[in-house]
Design a protein around this ligand. Structure first.
Ligand code: SF4
Length: 332
C-alpha cells in the first residue's frame, strides 16, 4: 500500500514547455525529445550530434565511449529537466556544500595526518594544541571544517601546522578526543568482514542487515537507507574510485578472472559466490562520478538508464554489485 503524504499541499505546478498530460503519451514525449535536442543545439557543444549518432547506431560505441557520452549528456538532461519543471537544486546543493567542507577537512588534514610516514614538524603537546584549537573554534565538526577552510584560504602556515598536529594526535589515539569517532572526517574504511551485509528473515518478510547490525526492511516503497546521514552518504559517494574510465568498474561488469577478459569468467568471493556484478548493468561508477561533482539529477539519470523503476527497487536491489567492487579487502 502506498501511503499518502498528508503534508502535501496541492500546488499549481506548471511545466516550462508542454503540459503534464503530454508526459503521458508518445507524441508528447517525442515533442519533449525534440525540445531537448534543440536545447542541446543551443549549447553549441555538438552534444546533440553525438547523441543522434549514438541513437542511429548504438552498438558503434564501445563501453568506454558510451560512459563518456553518459557523463557528457547527463548534466545537460539535468539542466533541461530543472528548467522544464521550474526547479532549482539550491537546497540540495547547500546541503552537499556542507558535506564538501567536511571533505576538505578530511582530505587536507585528517587523511594527511593518517598517513603512515607522516611526521609533524611542530613540537607541541596534545593538551596545548587542543587548548589552542578550542580557543579558536567550537569543537564541532562543521565548525572545525569551516576553520580548516579559512586556514587554507588565508594560507596561515602556523594554524595549518597546528590543526594538522591536532588531527595527527587524534588519528593516532582516538581516546584523546572520543567525539571525533562520530566525525565524518575521521571515518576510515574497515577491513572487510565476510558477509558484511546479510539477509535475515522474519517469517515471510526478510530484510538486509548492514555491518552495524541495523536491519533495513522493505516498508512499502520506502527501501531507503535512512540510517545514513547525508555526511555518511557523501563519504560513501566519495569513497568510490569511479573506475569506469579505467574499465575496472567491476561493480557493474563483474570481477573477471583475468583483467578485461570476460571469456575467462568471473572470480568467486570468500563465500564461493560468483562476483558477477550488477545484474542490471547499472552505470554505478558514472553515477558516483556525477554525484561527486554535484550533478544530483544527472546521477539519477545515469541510474535510470538501466533501472527506470529505481523508485520502486530502492537504494539496493541485491548484493551483487557490492560483492564485485574492487574494494575486496576493505568495507564497501
Ligand atoms: S568497483 Fe567499487 S570503487 Fe570501482 S566504481 Fe564500482 S563501486 Fe566504485
Amino acid at each position: 500500500m502506498i501511503r499518502k503524504n498528508k503534508n502535501h499541499k496541492a500546488k499549481k505546478l506548471r511545466l516550462a514547455w508542454l503540459s503534464y498530460a503530454d508526459l503521458h503519451n508518445r507524441e508528447g514525449l517525442l515533442q519533449l525529445d525534440q525540445l531537448f535536442m534543440e536545447y542541446c543545439a543551443r549549447q553549441r557543444t555538438g552534444v546533440e550530434q553525438r547523441l543522434l549518432a549514438f541513437q542511429s547506431s548504438p552498438d558503434r560505441l564501445d563501453q568506454q565511449r558510451y560512459s563518456e557520452l553518459i557523463i557528457e549528456v547527463s548534466p545537460h538532461i539535468e539542466r533541461f529537466l530543472l528548467q522544464l519543471f521550474r526547479l532549482d537544486t539550491q537546497v540540495l546543493s547547500d546541503k552537499y556544500q556542507d558535506g564538501n567542507l567536511r571533505l576538505i577537512l578530511k582530505n587536507k588534514f585528517v587523511e594527511v595526518a593518517y598517513k603512515k610516514f607522516f611526521k609533524p614538524d611542530l613540537d607541541m603537546s596534545f593538551s596545548s594544541v587542543h587548548s589552542w584549537l578550542a580557543s579558536q573554534v567550537p569543537l564541532h565538526e562543521s565548525d572545525v571544517a569551516r576553520f580548516a577552510i579559512s586556514i587554507l584560504n588565508d594560507q596561515d602556515d602556523v594554524a595549518y601546522k597546528r590543526l594538522l598536529l591536532w588531527c595527527y594526535y587524534v588519528s593516532r589515539d582516538p581516546t584523546l578526543f572520543p567525539e571525533a569517532k562520530a566525525w565524518y572526517a575521521f571515518w576510515r574504511p574497515e577491513k572487510n568482514i565476510m558477509e558484511a551485509v546479510g539477509v535475515r528473515s522474519h517469517g515471510v518478510d526478510y530484510c538486509y542487515v548492514s555491518d552495524n547490525e541495523i536491519e533495513n526492511g522493505r516498508d512499502n516503497f520506502d527501501c531507503v537507507a535512512d540510517y545514513k546521514s547525508s555526511e555518511e552518504v557523501h563519504t560513501q559517494n566519495h569513497y568510490c574510485l569511479t573506475c569506469h574510465d579505467k574499465q575496472v568498474d567491476y561493480c557493474r561488469s563483474g570481477f573477471y578472472q583475468v583483467k578485461r577478459d570476460p571469456d575467462q569468467g568471473f572470480r568467486r568471493d570468500a563465500s564461493d559466490m560468483l562476483m558477477s556484478g550488477c545484474p542490471l548493468d547499472e552505470k554505478i561508477s558514472e553515477m558516483h562520478w556525477l554525484k561527486q561533482r554535484g550533478f544530483h539529477v544527472a546521477a539519477l539519470v545515469a541510474v535510470m538508464i538501466d533501472n527506470p523503476m529505481c523508485a520502486v527497487t530502492g537504494h539496493r536491489i541485491c548484493y551483487d554489485c557490492m560483492r564485485s567492487c574492487i574494494y575486496q579487502n576493505k568495507s564497501q
